[in-house]
Design a protein around this ligand. Sequence first.
Ligand code: AMP
Length: 510
Amino acid sequence: MPFTALGLGPKITKAIKEARYEEPTPIQAKAIPVVLEGRDVIGVAQTGTGKTAAFVLPMLEKMQHRGQTRNMRALVIAPTRELVVQIEENVQAYGRHLHLRYKTIYGGVGEQPQIDALRRGVDFVVATPGRLLDLMGRGIVNFSDIEFVVLDEADRMLDMGFLPSIKRIVAALPKTRQTLLFSATLSKEIEGIAKDFLKNPVTVQIGARSTPAELVTQHVIEVPKAAKTDLLIHLLKDQALEMVLVFSRTKHGADKIARKLAQAGIATATLHSNRTQGQRMQALKRFRSGEVRCLIATDIAARGIDVDGISHVVNFDFPPQPEDYVHRIGRTGRAQAIGDAISFVAPDEADSLRLLERFLRRGIPRRKVEGIDLRLTEAAAKQAADLAKQKYDDAIGKRAERGRAHSARRGGDSRPSASGDTRKPGRIQGRNGLTTAKRDGVPSPFARSSRDSSPARGRSGSSQVPQRDGRPVETQGRSDERRSSSQTSWKPRGPRPSTRPGGGSGRRGR
Ligand code: AMP
């Protein structure tokens, strides 16, 4: 079916042709006519199905006739900055022959250009909820002419705790409008917000409820935890794994995998929220361009990434939530391409796998791997870990010995001090009030106060603790996902990511 049959006019179809789309994807074929008709829509589709064009194309088609206006008429809300940038790039591409003004609004970058654009007048805005609310609160946003609102990746926005923000935004919108909601999964919660925000919506669904992209081949490899990295290295010897997205549950896990792969001579890029926005963009760029064939990411950081041609998704850590699995594997098999999803499942992850299989209502085939003995690998990995622990214990033992010799020379430390200190022997008390248990006169790293997680800090009392006016000052711990992402301030540098509509090679049509 050609795009023209869906009711799109010549300017839009010209842009589609230039994007080298030959025919609509199933979600586009279903959603475009309904949106053109003016109905509210619930679209159940993952990233990779062509859902962005499914809502952007008919919106632009309808918007073009009125030309530029003073206030925004279309608002798309998406959970992450990356997704906002990607949606806007699509809007620019599809709307290149229209004379409309497009703008992104998101945090972490200077707000002035966004404010200036809103004041000058803009037709189509793509925004994250946080910055938009911020500007709304200061009276900079005028919603009075809004005709279209899209909530994209609504399930993700709920997961990320954006519901209160979205409620406030939607409450400020005109009642007469067309509302579209897209979500990879359709939960009770999503149905709830659809009921609150949409009027008599048409549900457009691709595949069965909550199922992963049909074009993704899935399998499971049962593997002891300690052997996972070796298994990954082994699999990567196969060049058919040409563009691999590896999911790690934690940021530290992602870094660890990257280090081990580097030791094995495999270059990777990592994507997690301890990295600055610039570093994340750089990682995506290296991956997209093929400079590295392996990108290691956490779930949050990988949200909404739009990379064509990912040949394999590897679940290094199995996701505890079935929805995360669906999202992860939706990163491959994009836009009619074929993809593979390989899940490493350790014995302690078997329950999560069972949960997923119940959710999907089908089993995922188990696969044996040739050319590697996972038990041997596990044994070797355990041996290496034991050796490292032995070295650590030896070092502790030596320090204890040195401590004993030192106290023997000084006649021990159990006598009260000359200043009449009556603190219990066997405890070191720092000025910060933290105490550190001692074993044979030597602080034991295993007996730290629960408030003190740093060995250096515990041993030397106050000297390692930042002080102000003689009191310990609270220092910020390692950043968590939320802190680090809200804290980073960045400006995209250099050219935009190269993946453009129709530009990816994919492995289409196999
Ligand atoms: P999305 O699901 O919107 O993230 O789109 C996934 C990818 O498919 C994007 O790179 C789009 O440019 C591409 N795409 C969207 N529609 C089509 C189409 N009809 N034919 C080929 N590629 C498409």
